[in-house]
Design a binder for this molecule. Structure first.
Ligand code: NDP
Length: 294
């Protein structure tokens, strides 16, 4: 069984990103990422901190807008418009989930699609569906695909089952893996909460990708001998033995599933670091386009 080390693969990608940032700087361009955080959800705060820290590490420009949960939708969209017009900013993301009074779609629609490094704007969603190579693709699906490529796991002709159909992970990942070309050409099944015989559907997979947000949901009987398992889930569970009183686990019951696998990602140190690495890459790509070097 191969343990897929997402941290090591992400470090390699980040090293290449750091070099590209340095090259762009010599041309007078510094890739800039703006993150807008609404409210004080601790998990969202932690994600924003790690994105900011990675920008610093790569020599990128990073701006954080921390807004109170009471911010109006109009004020939030005004900030997005200001960032759209800011030439120092090449990537904009609004950390989800926003408070209930905010219409998240309207906020995402306000982002300039050329700066939509999360790939959530309808134009980028459509481009991904159309197979346009200039689409900004959501970072977690991109990270999953890259993990498979970097690990030498062939997707062409493989039966891939994706557990979860969200717009952040499952649906764009299905589009990505069924595209023609490298890291694609898979036969993709997307399963969700209404899927019948879920364990059997998952058991048919050469590559099983779990993205449902249910700790330890994928059990040994979901996975066939020799399958590849990618665990996207990040779930915080109580753990009195841990110094924090809780810890992060995936959607896969790792201990019982891993012995059956050809390869599997752990949680943490699996997909998580790849998501951030892909966000940095998307921001650099955007900067290259604005600089006219791509
Ligand atoms: P959502 O809650 O948006 O979507 C969950 C999906 O899983 C839905 O399609 C839902 O089905 C399906 N689902 C939920 N419960 C079951 C079940 N019991 N059986 C079958 N299907 C089920 O979650 P996200 O896609 O945003 O996130 C999924 C997980 O991935 C979370 O743990 C999240 O923290 C993690 N994540 C990790 C990232 C990373 O960087 N590693 C980035 C983003 C997310 P239905 O549509 O029918 O309701």
């Amino acid at each position: 069984m191969q343990l897929i080390d997402g941290t090591a693969i992400a470090q390699k990608i980040n090293a290449a990103s750091r070099e590209e940032v340095a090259r762009l700087k010599t041309l007078g361009f510094t890739p800039g990422l703006a993150v807008v955080l609404v409210g004080d959800d601790p998990a969202s705060r932690a994600y924003v901190r790690s994105k900011d820290k990675m920008c610093q590490e790569l020599g990128m420009h990073s701006v954080k807008h921390e807004l109170p949960a009471s911010v109006s939708q109009a004020d939030l969209i005004h900030i997005v418009h200001q960032l759209n017009a800011d030439p120092a900013i090449h990537g904009i993301l609004v950390q989800s989930p926003p408070p209930a009074h905010i219409n998240e779609r309207a906020v995402v629609d306000a982002i300039d699609p050329r700066k939509d490094v999360d790939g959530f704007h309808p134009l980028n969603v459509a481009k991904l569906a159309l197979g346009d190579s200039d689409a900004f693709v959501p970072c977690t699906p991109l990270g999953c695909q890259r993990l498979l490529i970097e690990t030498g796991i062939e997707t062409a002709g493989a039966n891939v089952v994706i557990l979860g159909r969200s717009m952040i992970v499952g649906k764009p990942l299905a589009l990505l893996l069924m595209q023609k070309g490298k890291g694609g050409d898979a036969t993709v099944t997307v399963a969700h909460s209404r899927t019948r015989n879920l364990a059997d559907v998952c058991h048919s997979a050469d590559i099983l990708i779990a993205a449902i947000g249910q700790p330890y949901f994928v059990k040994e009987n979901f996975v066939r001998e020799g399958a590849v398992v990618i665990d996207v889930g990040i779930n915080r569970i109580d753990d009195p033995a841990s110094p924090k009183g809780s810890r992060l686990v995936g959607d896969v019951a790792f201990d019982e599933v891993a012995p059956k696998c050809r390869a599997i990602t752990p949680v943490p140190r699996g997909v998580g670091p790849m998501t951030i690495a892909m966000l940095m890459q998307n921001t650099i790509t955007s900067c290259q386009r604005f600089a006219g070097t791509r």
